[in-house]
Design a protein around this ligand. Sequence first.
Ligand code: SF4
Length: 374
Amino acid sequence: MSGLYIHIPYCHSKCAYCDFYSTPRADTVPAYIDAMIEELRMRKDEISSEPLTTIYLGGGTPSSLPVSQLAKLMEAIGHSFDTSSVIETTIEVNPEDVTPEFLKDVKALGFNRVSMGVQSLSDTELQAVGRRHTAEEALTAIGLVASAFKNYNVDIIFGLPYQTLGSLTSTLDRILTFRPPHVSAYLLSYEPGTRLYAALMASKVREISDSEAEEMYSYVSSRLNQAGYCHYEISNYALPGYRSRHNSAYWKLKPYLGLGASAHSFDGDIRRYNPSSIKSYIEAINAGKCCYIIDEEADWQKFNDMILVSLRTSDGILLSSLESWPERFAVDFMSQLQPLISGGNVINDNGAIKIPQEKWLTSNAVMRELILSY
Ligand code: SF4
């Protein structure tokens, strides 16, 4: 199995917390789509050893594009790949773009999964982070998506300015009335360079404490578990049969090709990174050149990548899988593991090494203890 990720770096406006590469200036959209189609033609063989099984249009805000441009892109994908094995085709959308017509159009283009950034159902919280939609508009959009798509995801954020456990409870309760098949819940982070970070530095907003974050995280996790969702990755919850196949493939280190400015790729061995500049990206592709940078990783760094992605998930690391790595990596990993198991920070669950779910929010510290350095 392999995946195709397409990065759409356009948004109607910039949210206060966002450090993803995106711009509100849409004048380059046609040239950008043409460049991605050309990049697709140039690089499709990077993942040709495995059948293409998932396609994901992320951003940015893919739903901000004209449907004609989305159609052009999807047609080019159909010409470049055998799509007969594709089981999941996702488009990220924002509530303000969701209309019955839009959903009908994207369905006709082959999308069978929608991922929507709702973030909160409190207008105060939405305004505090510069979201363009209201709670009411988000509810209407969820209803429209729910009636058009069987498979969809709703993103929420916890730790927002002015958010309380009570308002988070209200947001989650109202979302769960739709019983979305998948929910992603992220802890707000204050990234340098964002408007929210500047507001924090100017003491205009307050970052929640670690104990408040843990309280919200464990509330979301237990509420969704009680409602029948499986907490299968640090930030992701799914009803049976609705895990994100595309993202799950990332965590299983399956190959994927990422197209567009700032997109990452992994061919099963080597990681490549495109530049975070629409202008440089279009210029390079128009000159007939791929513009990625290759991440020159030693084998032990690839082993660390495996640790970092696997321990994010409820599947963890199968001890039997260590046999495919050089023996000294497995030996050093096991010796670093023992004190963490004794301290209860890691468990051996029938041959799978896992971080207990109640410790996932602080899993970075555990992972730091486990990664190798030579
Ligand atoms: S819509 Fe998404 S990608 Fe765009 S600015 Fe907001 S958070 Fe960032």
